[in-house]
Design a protein around this ligand. Structure first.
Ligand code: TZP
Ligand code: MG
Length: 211
């Protein structure tokens, strides 16, 4: 089943999660209301991605939260992840879709209106749009787009979008007002003393968004 809920999308970071680890952070965040979890570890090779991915899959089993693997198509397939997320500098969407098959969720990062408009809805299931704000979490991020840029990119994206980049509970209303279906967060949850409570605060704001 390809149904997914982008509303509270946790992107893991091994450094920011170092205190309790990515798996425990994900477990707590999902308990707090995270709907999707992305394993993103730029330093790990495929073997470590598979190892962590398997542990995450076990930890999230039965919760309904979707597990997405960043970049590493081999790891995504090996652990039968719910999905794969790629950036513009990774393989192209057609190649990725060919490798993962029709049933896995495919997410694609888009940073400009032209890239968002060029997305093929037959290949890609959601777009990750940003960065909304500058963020130290991703050293090489592109030019921040703000909420105005977010609204423009969301509007031309032929598939649902999740916003990313410097987002916290206080931004939830603006994210949804711009038309995004959710927010992806790293530092707002990872690395906080209480990832479950941090996620619950964001989830509470999402519940206030008019349907
Ligand atoms: N892509 C664009 S910004 C970003 C990624 C992975 C990092 C977002 O991290 P944070 O801590 O939520 O600002
Ligand atoms: Mg990438």
């Amino acid at each position: 089943m390809k149904a997914f809920d982008l509303s509270l999308y946790l992107v893991l970071d091994p450094d920011l999660c170092a205190r309790i680890g990515m798996v425990e952070t994900a477990r707590l965040a999902v308990a707090g209301g995270a709907t999707m979890v992305q394993l993103r570890d730029k330093q790990a090779g495929t073997a470590r991605m598979i190892e962590t991915g398997r542990a995450l899959k076990q930890a999230l089993g039965g919760t309904g939260a979707r597990l997405i693997v960043n970049d590493d198509v081999e790891a995504a397939i090996a652990i039968s992840a719910d999905g794969l997320h790629i950036g513009q500098e990774d393989m192209d969407a057609r190649t990725a879709r060919g490798l993962i098959g029709p049933d896995m969720i495919l997410g694609l990062s888009v940073e400009t209106e032209a890239l968002a408009a060029a997305v093929d809805r037959d290949l890609v299931d959601y777009t990750g749009v940003g960065p909304v704000f500058a963020t130290p979490t991703k050293a090489d991020h592109k030019q921040p787009i703000g909420f105005d840029g977010l609204a423009r990119l969301v509007q031309v994206s032929p598939v649902p979008s999740v916003a990313i980049g410097g987002l916290k509970a206080e931004h939830v209303a603006d994210v949804f007002a711009a038309g995004a279906k959710g927010l992806a967060v790293v530092s707002a949850v990872c690395g906080t003393p209480d990832p479950a409570a941090a996620t619950r605060r964001i989830a509470a704001e999402i519940r206030k968004v008019p349907a």
